[in-house]
Design a protein around this ligand. Structure first.
Ligand code: COA
Length: 243
């Protein structure tokens, strides 16, 4: 378990993550109960843990220890080997001065994230987290930020790149509500594929299973389901009483 400084700062109270868990059902249930007890002692008020697919016993132990299910994450992948496409003139790298516009697009886009579906987390914390996430990508965490309509962006995609694994990853993609359903998301994904083709062998992207629009978008761009995971949260009694 470790404190998550980014989440803690955005929400204004200590939040931590359980990085890994192992054990049969009875043993892991005791471990999770102990984790909750220690979190209470230290003053951590929120815990998150991700359970990879095929581990139903761990998921059951978490629920018995007081955690609740918030999210099913699905990770899609596509090969970039041999990918070829013409450059799209309407998609360009983000330009100076566009950060606030991208933050506004992202703020209206992430109603299904685990921070928003958790009823014990205050909505303003989730908004701060979205703003800070985009600002971090902008400040250099992203290898690439592309916008659709370079003059007045209606959407953007931010990618990470791991040269050692020859792997590119979509960290964030969003299209403003008024611009959805017109092929903008697809063009952003395909332009990202073009950008990395020759340098990366595959593109990876994760989303929520319930995010039908994103799932359809990635499938339409040639991505296939690679793996999935369940996310559980635990909230301290005062948070549960408050929200
Ligand atoms: C997901 C998102 C980026 C899609 O952008 P978009 O510009 O509307 O998508 P497109 O118009 O390019 O659609 C691409 C494909 O996905 C399908 N699709 C897109 N949104 C859909 C929806 N809500 N329901 C069903 N299918 C959808 C389209 O039909 C299209 O498939 P087709 O080519 O086979 O017809 C956009 O809805 C969005 O910003 N959502 C909020 C942010 C978000 O969820 N981001 C992903 C988080 S990981």
């Amino acid at each position: 378990m470790a404190l998550d400084p980014f989440d803690s700062e955005c929400f204004g109270f200590p939040m931590a993550k359980i990085e890994a868990a192992e054990g049969d059902e009875r043993c892991s249930r005791e471990l999770f109960r102990e984790a909750v007890r220690r979190a209470g002692e230290i003053g951590w008020r929120h815990l998150a843990v991700r359970v990879p697919d095929g581990r139903p016993a761990l998921a059951q132990s978490l629920e018995r220890a007081g955690f609740f299910w918030v999210d099913a994450t699905v990770v899609f992948e596509r090969s970039l080997v041999g990918f070829a496409a013409e450059a799209d003139p309407q998609i360009a790298p983000a330009a100076e001065g566009q950060l606030r516009r991208l933050q506004a697009i992202a703020r209206g886009a992430f109603a299904q994230s685990r921070y928003q579906t958790d009823p014990h987390l205050p909505p303003e914390g989730a908004r701060r987290l979205t703003d800070a996430w985009v600002a971090n990508l902008w400040a250099g965490r992203a290898d690439l930020v592309l916008v659709a309509d370079p003059v007045h962006p209606v959407g953007f995609v931010a990618c990470l790149f791991d040269p050692a694994r020859r792997s590119a990853q979509i960290d964030l993609i969003a299209v403003a509500e008024e611009g959805r359903g017109r092929g903008v998301g697809r063009r952003l994904v395909l332009e990202a594929c073009r950008h990395y083709s020759g340098r990366a062998d595959r593109l990876e992207v994760g989303t929520q299973l319930a995010n039908l629009g994103a799932v359809r978008l990635y499938e339409a761009c040639g991505c296939r389901l690679a793996r999935s995971a369940l996310t559980f949260h635990w909230a301290a009694p005062d948070l549960r009483a408050r929200w």
